[in-house]
Design a protein around this ligand. Sequence first.
Ligand code: ADP
Length: 449
Amino acid sequence: MFEKILIANRGEVALRIHRACREMGIRTVAVHSEADADAMHVRLADEAVCIGSARSSDSYLNKPAIISAAVITGADAIHPGYGFLSENADFAEMVEKHGITFIGPTVEQMRLMGDKITARKAAKDAGLPITEGSPALETVEDALHWGKKIGYPVIIKAKDGGGGKGMKIAFEASEVEEAYTMAKAEAKASFPSDVVYMEKYLQHPRHIEIQVLADKYGNVVHLGERDCSIQRNNQKVIEECPSPALNQKQRDEIGEIVRKAIKKIGYCNAGTLEFLYEDGRFYFMEMNTRLQVEHPVTEAVTGIDIVKEQIRIASGAQLGYSQKDIRFNGHSIECRINAEDPATFIPCPGKIQEWHAPGGLGVRVDSEIYSGYAIPPYYDSMIAKLIVHANTRNAALMRLRRALEEFVIMGVKTTIPLHRDIIAQSEYLDGQYDIHWLENFMKMKGDHK
Ligand code: ADP
């Protein structure tokens, strides 16, 4: 087992990893930017190294600085968390070349899944259901050709895309030129490559993803699904496990298809396969080869600590259990709480004057915030995750409502009022929502867009 792990991240996920390490008797090294010298992840870690100035490109994305910090402190592994360098195969390769273990899958698997075009092919070959799609598009004419072949509406996506960027929809042929040009321009601005491709655009799907764990010896389990359909701008806002849309038979079926596919691909470590789900059918979208923000809902329902499993697997341990040992208990819901204006989503960094997190049975709060902490303006605006767990969905909803009532954050605007609003709506309560529900609801309320 590792003796010391460097955590190449910040915020709540850095804390999450630190906590797993602590419980495993592993020492931790925090890295931080100049803007994060007072951050909780720096305070809790055994050692801390400043790796650059506030801008992410100078610090949390600064590969040589992070690797130097690992070498200087004698860390034997690096956990990348999510975001930043977590899906950067070049970084993983550099880490391994320095004799340090990258806690994640292999470099080859990251490359395969990091490119949406090769990932789609691998998924299809491994037997996963998938939307109709094109290869890389060379020209507008090419895009028009594929639009006709696939049938409108279609969505044009960047092959290296992430975070909902570089995606444009064309409802008919006349919209293809603009969608193609804009998707390509966005890809060029945000990603290493401006290559785009096209797939069928589903109009009313849910976003349902399957969590897997796989060791280096071909043992694979799935940990059920998460429904992440409550989104705005293609970003998740509330996630739950299990999905109110699936029955046990559908759950077992897709879980088994995924488990077999992962075994066939030979993937190792934790991963998530994201699907769109419409009219009783699943369509593979992409695989995330890292820890996901919403992993705690799966932990609540299965009792499995996904971060500890990532570390164990990376150290060469066997899973030690099989699918039949996985038990799914009760229902869990997570709210992402952002320091943002709840109506406009404009970030609202600043000093936290008062902080009181909810507690009690079945309530978990993952957050880096403390009273007096000043949220820096340079990074993602998520400041806390509130996760509840109870025996049934109804009980989880009641628990979530009272936990949101208890939550006090003074000094900055947060999205807590939005969460209170969402979970009071009958469609949400009935589990009747698709990926467009939240944006339609906000339009109806007369808020932003
Ligand atoms: P990213 O890597 O940027 O997160 P994804 O491919 O995971 O991009 O898609 C993000 C979101 O965009 C999905 O959760 C869904 O809401 C929407 N989306 C993506 N592909 C499609 C599609 N073919 N049809 C309808 N919606 C889609």
